[in-house]
Design a protein around this ligand. Structure first.
Ligand code: GLY
Ligand code: MN
Ligand code: MN
Length: 468
């Protein structure tokens, strides 16, 4: 059976990341880091969920097979391996059923490890690797299986204590170090994320073009999934949200059976995962191809809020600045439309201070994006001085950080709110790379301006013959 040839394994990218971890651990006194990949998960009876590697493990290895574990020995004696992979052995019979496996020898060669062993030999090797090492570094308390394995290996090392062997005397959480590395995307990552953004944008274009009153949510989901796979993306990055009409006011509504009616808006929050990297796009558009005046009013407020947040996204700003910029525009819009009554809620500053906008805007304006759709990384400056309320300052944005910008308004039927706005749910979401002077939006191959959305839907209608 042939080994997969694509994507090409960027050995140096992963090797350099491992070397950075080793250098950081050496600077912190040495020890051994352990990073397992994710377990396979049974869905029902003999059927597994589609396998997805662990993001930390993949970040340091590029290796996507299950049943694998990386060891980085920052206290390795000269000549001893520092980067060790444990993985599945070659197995002709299993490969007949399940497909190609590298096996330790080919994996060591292809992925640039110093040594590789069969995963079944883990308990034989680990007590030797851990003997006389000062510390262990791993994701403390996140996996009962790993905690149990570590305990077994430490027991085996301690059993040799009469022979003068000493077990690690400290355990440190490896995750903050890896999170901080992953927060700043390198060129290899940014190139993949740009491609993921393009595929997801194309999927949204396809769904918009396929939309018409009478279409079901799952039919639009099918258009998205088709484009993801047709373009080589391995999977959706998260459960696709395709919400017609009032369903758009349910934030995590998964695509269902509802029929889009003439006059409904459709909110689609869906995007692909490509080569281990997520994208995350939301567009909201009218099933008929034309916004109603009330929908257009709310749409333009959300779009202006997104533009304000985009303008606030640059190196030197804080993670909270885009959110505050969006909240101000949304709050002003809620007052201008009468959704919030000025007589009751006062000025825009009052609305913000009292969080009166929150019933209509209950989520934040963005999150880190990367291997995980809600990616890793601190949102506040770890170790900095706290303010009077005890809060750490927000993280300062720096070039190479990637985040979403996704304001919205969700107007459930509410007494006091003009009825023309009821059941309108709108979110607009794009993915941004922070640059020195601003940000690069990598998901704008699908338009956001209401006029442009209407124009492309009309064009699709003419091309297909009208379906209403
Ligand atoms: N699609 C998940 C999110 O927007 O955060
Ligand atoms: Mn999203
Ligand atoms: Mn998002």
């Amino acid at each position: 059976m042939n080994q997969p040839t694509e994507p090409t394994i960027a050995i140096d990218v992963y090797r350099k990341r491992r070397e950075r971890v080793l250098a950081a651990l050496r600077a912190a006194g040495g020890g051994v880091a352990i990073v397992p990949t994710a377990p396979e998960k049974l869905r029902n009876r003999d059927a597994d969920y589609p396998y997805r590697h662990d993001s930390y493990f993949y970040y340091l290895t590029g290796f996507t097979e299950p049943e694998a574990l990386l060891v980085l020995d920052a206290s390795a004696a000269t000549g001893d391996p520092a980067a060790l992979l444990f993985c599945r052995e070659k197995n002709v019979e299993r490969e007949t059923w399940e497909g190609f496996r590298f096996g330790p020898d080919a994996a060591r060669e292809a992925f640039g490890f110093d040594a590789a062993f069969a995963i079944g030999e883990l308990d034989t090797h680990m007590p030797r690797v851990l003997a006389d090492k000062p510390a262990l570094h791993y994701a403390l308390g996140t996996s009962a299986q790993l905690d149990g394995q570590v305990r077994g290996w430490l027991d085996a090392v301690r059993a040799q204590s009469r022979g003068g062997v000493v077990a690690p005397s400290a355990a440190h959480d490896l995750i903050p170090l890896l999170d901080d590395m992953r927060l700043f995307k390198d060129d290899h990552e940014l190139a993949i994320m740009r491609r993921a953004g393009k595929i997801s944008a194309e999927a949204h274009l396809r769904a918009m073009a396929a939309c018409h009153p009478g279409v079901r949510e799952y039919e639009l989901e099918a258009e998205l999934l088709y484009t993801f796979r047709k373009s080589g993306a391995q999977a959706p990055a998260y459960t696709s949200i395709v919400a017609a009409g009032a369903n758009a006011c349910v934030l995590h509504y998964p695509a269902g059976n509802a029929i889009a009616q003439d006059g409904d808006l459709i909110l689609i929050d869906a995007a692909c995962e490509l080569d281990g990297y997520a994208s995350d796009i939301t567009r909201t558009f009218p099933a008929s191809g034309r916004f109603t005046p009330a929908q257009r009013e709310i749409y333009d407020i959300v779009l202006a809020a997104q533009q304000a947040a985009v303008d606030a996204t640059r190196a030197g700003a804080t993670f909270d600045d885009p959110h505050q910029a969006a909240v101000r525009v949304l709050s002003q819009g809620l007052l201008d439309t009468g959704i919030l009554d000025r007589a009751k809620f006062g000025s825009v500053d009052d609305v913000i201070a009292g969080r009166a906008y929150a019933p209509f805007y209950m989520h934040r304006t963005g999150h880190w994006l990367g291997m995980d759709v809600h990616d890793v990384g601190d949102y506040r400056e770890r170790g900095a001085a706290r303010d009077e309320a005890g809060a750490l300052p927000w993280r300062t944005l720096q070039p190479g950080m990637t985040l979403t910008i996704e304001p919205g308004l969700y107007i459930r039927p509410t007494e006091g709110v003009p009825e023309r706005y009821w059941n309108i749910g709108i979110r607009i979401e794009d993915d941004a790379i922070v640059t020195a002077n601003g940000c690069e939006l990598i998901t704008r191959d699908v338009p956001v301006a209401a006029d442009e959305i209407e124009a492309l839907m009309q064009e699709a209608r003419v091309a297909h013959g009208t379906r209403t």
